[in-house]
Design a protein around this ligand. Sequence first.
Ligand code: AGP
Length: 372
Amino acid sequence: SAAEKGGYDYFMLKEIAEQPKAVADTLLGRIDGSGSLTLDEVRIPPGVLREIDKVVIVACGTAFHAGMIAKYAIEHWTRLPCEVELASEFRYRDPILDAQTLVIAISQSGETMDTLMALRHAREQGSRVLAICNTNGSTIPRESDAVLYTHAGPEVAVASTKAFLTQLVACYLVALYLGQVRGTKWGDEIRAVIRDLSSIAGAVDRVLGTMEPVRELARTLASKKTVLFLGRHVGYPVALEGALKLKELAYMHAEGFAAGELKHGPIALIEEDLPVVVVVPSPRGRSVLHDKIVSNIQEIRARGARTIVIAEEGDEAVVPYADHLIRIPATPTLLQPLVATVPLQVFACELATARGNEVDQPRNLAKSVTVE
Ligand code: AGP
């Protein structure tokens, strides 16, 4: 009913709007007064976490994209090797797991059969399993050694939005907590990022306030056949997520690429007026990547692409090459997906509406996939 949708036309719009609160709620009570993380609810003793020598993340779909981003964070802040794998592929290739492996299973519903089978396989090999889940008491957390709940609240729309942002928050918390417990050379950065996390819900809220031009742009692209998405570093999984949203909602051909791969093949796809969304890393921090992506934007534009550029406020280098510029607030490098994903959700939702598609219930899809 309209009341359930809180005045929005679709659950998806309501859930997109709820993201600042979902993010804040997922952080609530997990950062103490001194700026350290308190994750006692993760019932794996610090002693055990110090013995871990590898992290393996399993998940499907949007949750898998959260896992890809988590890999960057975990390897950077903990120096532990981290693999991320589609849950549906995982157990069939006889993965190497033992008691020193921490397996993280990410699932909004907690009922995805592929993810459940992957975690069962990991536990049979003696690994510890930590679930990141949005649904209290669901099967995946029940069968895991520990759980860190995301507090997105119920997600009704089939296309995941607020659950994804809270999965990212939970992944950052786990990565920072592992860094904190194990002690790494990044101690100062870890403390600084924990501080930055406290203001990140406000940044998400600011992005939401600037989405009207994105909706207008989406409407002008309603008759396009293909949209490409490019990103690098944590922007790469964001590009994949933008493409997945567009497939699910707009039923358009969409693909995400790592921008550095462009020259190894995908650049052949670029043709006159092809919309290409580019997620640009911050010019601060890992600025080499920023400069490389600006070159990519130049290259594809020279070949006729219509460039839709998502870049940090104050990043002037992209301006000459952006046919459309979408600004996002500056964040620490690894946290950028929390703000960069939001315009892509709005973009896909508006394209679906413009094409007359059912936004909350896309064809052929179910909210949770309980068969393998
Ligand atoms: C996201 O928009 C999808 N509908 C889908 O990819 C989903 O993320 C995937 O099926 C995993 O679901 P889960 O998080 O409930 O395990």
